[in-house]
Design a protein around this ligand. Structure first.
Ligand code: HEM
Length: 423
C-alpha cells in the first residue's frame, strides 16, 4: 500500500461486508468521493438486487443494481415516471426545491410533453448539425491543447475538460465564447449543495441561478425577435411546442442541457486520462493504433459512468425480484452498478479499449429518455483524443485526482497531470 486512499478503500470494503444486507446504503456521497462505493454494488447485485433503504439523508428508496432490472425499469415509463424528478435529492435539497419551486425540464416529464419538447431539441444534436460542429470543435480543441504548458504540472479538469465542454456548449447555444466559463460555473451551481463546488449557501445558489435565468431570458428575447437560426435557444424560441414555454420551464430545459452537456462529457474527458494512466498497457495500444480511439471513448464512458444513477417514481405497484415496489415509491437505477454486471459485460472491472461491442453500456440510459446528446459527447471525446495524439506522446498523472462529492455526478474536481514533451 502506497497511500492512504488504498487503506481507506480497504477499510470501507471491510465495513460494508460486515453489515447485514438490510443496512447496506448506496446513497453515500462520502464513499463516492473516495471511489470506495464499489463493494456496496457488488453486494447488492449478488445478494439483494432489488434493495430497500430508508436513508436519514435521502428518505426511502429502492436500489436497482443489475443490468437487466435497470433495463426493465428504464424502458417502462408507464410504470416508472420521471415527473417527480430523475435524481435522488437529499431531503434538505428537496425541502429547498419545494420552498422555491423547481425549474421543470423534459428529462423530468412523461409523454406527451416529454416527447414534444425532446423533438424540438433533438435537431440541434442530429447528425447533420454535428457534422457542422465537428470542425469548430476540432479547431477550438487544438487551441486549448496548444495553450497547455509542457513539463509543468497543471490541472487537466480546469484547463482542458471544462474548457472543451464549455466551448462546445457555447457553440450549441450561440452563447458569447468569451463568457463560456459561466456555463460550467452554472452547471456546478445547479448540481452541488452548500459547502461543495462553488456553492456557499442555498441563498448564494439561488442568487446565482436567478442571474443565469435572467441572462438566458435576455438571449431568448433577442432570438425570438430575430429570424430562426440553428442554435438551441433560437430553436426553442421558435419551436412550435416550446415557444410558449413559461420562464421556469425554459430555464429548466437550458439547465438540463447545461448539466447534460457539461459535467458528463467533462468527467469522461478527465476519466479517459485517468483510466489510460492506470492501465498503461491500454495507453500503449492506443498510441500504436489510434483507430482504437472511438472504442476507447465508449469504454471510458462505460468505465467512468459519469451519471451514477437516474431515479423514477412508481405509478402503480410492481413486482420485481420477489419484492413489491409500491405506487409512489422512489426507484433508483444505479447505472454505475449495471455497467459492472459480470453477467452482461465480460470482465467488467477491467478497462479494455478493444471490446467487441464497446457501445454496449448503460451510461446513456435506455428508453424514451435515452441521452439525446450521446453522439455529440462521443464526437467531442473522439476529436479531443485525435488532437491529443497528434501533439503529445503521453499525458502523465502527477497525483491522484480529487473526486466529486455526489451520488449523481460521478467525476473529478481536479486531475493533476504533466505533459513531458510534444511530438
Ligand atoms: C458522456 C456524456 C453523457 C452521458 C454519460 C449522458 C448521460 C445521460 C443519461 C443517463 C440520461 C438519462 C437517460 C435515461 O433516463 O434513460 C441523459 C439524458 C439527456 N442528456 Fe445526456 N449524457 C451525456 C452527454 C450529453 C450531452 C453532450 C448532451 C447535450 C448537449 C446531453 C443532453 C441530454 C438531454 C437533453 C437528456 C434528456 C433526454 C430525455 O429526457 O429525453 N447529454 N444523458
Amino acid at each position: 500500500m502506497h497511500d492512504g486512499s488504498v487503506d481507506l478503500k480497504a477499510e470501507a470494503r471491510a465495513r460494508i461486508y460486515a453489515l447485514p444486507i438490510e443496512a447496506v446504503d448506496p446513497a453515500q456521497p462520502d464513499l463516492f468521493a473516495q471511489d470506495a462505493m464499489w463493494p456496496i454494488f457488488e453486494r447488492l447485485r449478488a445478494e439483494d438486487p432489488v434493495h430497500h433503504t430508508d436513508s436519514p439523508t435521502y428518505g426511502p428508496f429502492w436500489s436497482i443494481s443489475r443490468w437487466n432490472d435497470i433495463m426493465a425499469v428504464d424502458s417502462n415509463h408507464q410504470v416508472f415516471s420521471s415527473a417527480d424528478g430523475i435524481t435522488l435529492p437529499s431531503l434538505e435539497a428537496k425541502a429547498e426545491n419545494e420552498k422555491r419551486g423547481t425549474r421543470p425540464s423534459f428529462i423530468s416529464m412523461d409523454p406527451p410533453r416529454h416527447d414534444e419538447q425532446r423533438k424540438t431539441v433533438s435537431p440541434v444534436v442530429a447528425p447533420s448539425n454535428l457534422a457542422n460542429m465537428g470542425p469548430v470543435i476540432r479547431e477550438r480543441a487544438g487551441q486549448i491543447l496548444d495553450s497547455l504548458p509542457i513539463g509543468e504540472e497543471f490541472d487537466w479538469v480546469e484547463n482542458v475538460s471544462k474548457e472543451l465542454t464549455a466551448m462546445t456548449l457555447a457553440t450549441l447555444f450561440d452563447f458569447p465564447q468569451e463568457e463560456r466559463q459561466l456555463l460550467p460555473y452554472w452547471s456546478d451551481m445547479m448540481t452541488n449543495s452548500p459547502g461543495h463546488g462553488p456553492v456557499e449557501s442555498w441563498e448564494h445558489k439561488r442568487t446565482v441561478l436567478d442571474e443565469m435565468v435572467a441572462r438566458f431570458t435576455g438571449l431568448w428575447n433577442e432570438r425570438v425577435n430575430a429570424p430562426p437560426a440553428g442554435d438551441l435557444i433560437s430553436m426553442l424560441a421558435h419551436g412550435e411546442s416550446t415557444r410558449n414555454m413559461d420562464r421556469a420551464e425554459y430555464a429548466g430545459n437550458l439547465g438540463l442541457l447545461i448539466i447534460g452537456g457539461n459535467d458528463t462529457t467533462r468527467n469522461t474527458i478527465s476519466g479517459s486520462v485517468y483510466a489510460l494512466n492506470k492501465n498503461p498497457g491500454e495507453y500503449a495500444r492506443l498510441r500504436e493504433d489510434p483507430a482504437l480511439i472511438p472504442a476507447m471513448v465508449s469504454e471510458t464512458i462505460r468505465w467512468q459512468t459519469p451519471l451514477a444513477h437516474m431515479a423514477r417514481t412508481a405509478t402503480q405497484d410492481f413486482e420485481m425480484g420477489g419484492k413489491t415496489i409500491k405506487a409512489g415509491d422512489r426507484v433508483v437505477m444505479w447505472y454505475v452498478s449495471g455497467n459492472r454486471d459480470a453477467s452482461v459485460i465480460e470482465d467488467p472491472d477491467r478497462y479494455r479499449i478493444d471490446r467487441e461491442r464497446p457501445r454496449h453500456h448503460m451510461s446513456f440510459g435506455f428508453g424514451i429518455h435515452r441521452c439525446v446528446g450521446n453522439r455529440l459527447a462521443e464526437l467531442q471525446l473522439t476529436i479531443i483524443w485525435e488532437e491529443i495524439m497528434k501533439r503529445f506522446p503521453t499525458i502523465e498523472l502527477a497525483a491522484e485526482p480529487s473526486r466529486t462529492h455526489s451520488i449523481f455526478v460521478k467525476g473529478y474536481e481536479t486531475l493533476p497531470v504533466v505533459i513531458p514533451t510534444r511530438n
